[in-house]
Design a protein around this ligand. Sequence first.
Ligand code: NDP
Length: 309
Amino acid sequence: MALLYLSSPERAAVWRPIFAREMPEMAFVAGEAAVEDPAAIRYLAAWTLPPDVFLRYPGVELVVSVGAGVDQLDLPAIPAHVAVARTVTPSIGAMMRDYTVLGVLAMHRELPYYLARQREAVWKGRPVVLAGRRRVGVMGLGELGRACIEALRGFGFPLAGWSRSARRIPGVETFSGKDGLAPFLARTDILVCLLPLTEETSGILDAGLFAALPEGACLVHAGRGRQLDHAALLAALDTGQLGGAFLDVTEPEPLPAGHPFWTHPKIVLTPHVATVTDFEEGALSAVETLRGHREGGAIRGLVDRSRGY
Ligand code: NDP
C-alpha cells in the first residue's frame, strides 16, 4: 500500500520521515518516476493532479490536497468513488486570524489614507470611528471564518457572519443562504471574505454586492482571487461606495505588472501570504486523514464533493 506524493521536493523531505515514523506500513513514493507498482497506489497527495492520473493508478481511494483549499483540483474529473480531503492544521487558522485582524484594523483605522499622507509628508488626521460603531461581517463561517471572528471579539466591533447553512455563534449575528446575504451586507461596514471558491462563490464580490454594502464600507479579501470582480472593485473605490480594500488574493496570481491594484491609494495588497502551510503540520494532517480513511473513522479535512468544499 502506497501514497504517491506529487508536490515539491522540499515538502517531500519533511513528509518522508514523518510518514516513516507515523505510518511505517505506508510506502511513501515521491513522484511518478519512483513508482514501482502502480497497483499499490491507494492515496495521492498533491496540489494539482497530472492528466489521466486515475487511469495510471486505478486503485486510488483518496486524494489529499496539500493546501487548505481544493478549488485548484478539477473535482468533476476525479472518479466519483475517490474521496477528496484538504489540509487542516492549527497554524492555518492562527495565521488567518492574524491576517484578518491586521486587515480589519487597517481598514478600521484608515491605514491606506495615512500611508498616502505619510508619502506626501502631510500631518493630517481624521476623526476616529469607535469600534462599537464599526460593524464587521465575515463571509464564510468555517474553520477560518470562525477563527477570525473569535480573534475580533476583543475589539468591540459588532460582529456578524454569513454562511451557506444556518450557524449559531454566541454574541454574533448570523445570516445564511441567498436570502440572508442582503441583510448581512446592509449591516456590514468592514466585510471579510473567507469563502471557498465554488460555482456559487465565483465572482460573488461584484458590483451588486458592493452596492448592497453601506456607503464607504471596506473589504478584506483572503478567500480566492476568482471571487473578486476587479473592475467592480475599482469602480466602487472610485465612487466612494467602498472606502478601501485589503487584498491577499487576486486572479491571476501573481498580479500582472501595471495592474491598477499595485498603486491604488485605497488598496493594500499582499501576495497570497495570509497563510502558508507548514510542511510538518501538513504531513501530520495528511497522516490523520489517511488514518481516518483506513480505520473507517472521521476523515480529517474531508471535502463534500457535491458542495465543492
Ligand atoms: P470551510 O470549508 O471550513 O468553511 C467554508 C465556509 O464558507 C462555511 O461556513 C460555508 O458554509 C461557507 N460557504 C461556502 N459556500 C457558501 C455559499 N455559497 N454561501 C455562503 N456561505 C458559503 O473553509 P475554511 O474556513 O477552512 O477556508 C475558507 C477558504 O479560505 C478556503 O476555501 C480558501 O479559499 C481560503 N483560504 C485562503 C488562504 C490564503 O492564504 N489567502 C489560506 C487558506 C484558505 P457552511 O458553514 O454552511 O458550510
